[in-house]
Unconditional design. Structure first.
Length: 159
């Protein structure tokens, strides 16, 4: 299991980018990113759970879900898939049109000798929007924890 994420949060560009080498084959990583039965076990920071209302991992499809925080708060989420290129690339918008915190995500999965190099690149409409999500929702730490939960899940469920 990879020990940590490499991350980039530049001061002059409205992005957050995580890179992690996962000790799992790319086909399995793809499956756990695109199948709600897997997403329910690892998506979100530590202590969070999710309820998926609908999920269609295809271009034009939507994942509508609620993240349940450990403090009892619920966070409505919507992912609108723009590109789904099995098994290497997912592109989506996270949020709803008009939402000032809506951001664009590109996830790439590269095979590295039976392991998978995951890059999750999130682009925000502005530095202010990115900084707001970091400050108000703990986006950087939440991303670290989410990818940590993914690595643990893959380790416990190798196939």
């Amino acid at each position: 299991m990879a020990a940590r994420n490499d991350e980039r949060v530049p001061t002059d560009e409205p992005i957050i980018e995580f890179t992690r080498l996962l000790d799992a084959p790319r086909a399995l990583v793809w499956e756990v990113f695109t199948d709600p039965k897997h997403l329910a076990h690892w998506w979100g920071p530590n202590g969070f759970s999710i309820t998926t209302h609908s999920h269609a991992a295809r271009a034009g499809g939507v994942w509508d879900f609620v993240m349940h925080g450990p403090d009892g708060r619920d966070y409505d989420n919507k992912v609108a898939y723009e590109e789904v290129a099995k098994p290497e690339r997912l592109v989506y918008s996270h949020g709803t049109p008009g939402d000032p915190d809506m951001f664009h995500v590109t996830i790439t999965l590269a095979d590295e000798g039976g392991k998978t190099r995951l890059v999750m690149h999130s682009r925000f409409p502005s530095l202010a929007a990115r900084d707001h999500v970091v400050r108000e929702f703990g986006a950087v730490e939440g991303g670290r924890q989410t990818l940590g939960r993914l690595a643990e899940y893959l380790h416990r469920h190798p196939s």
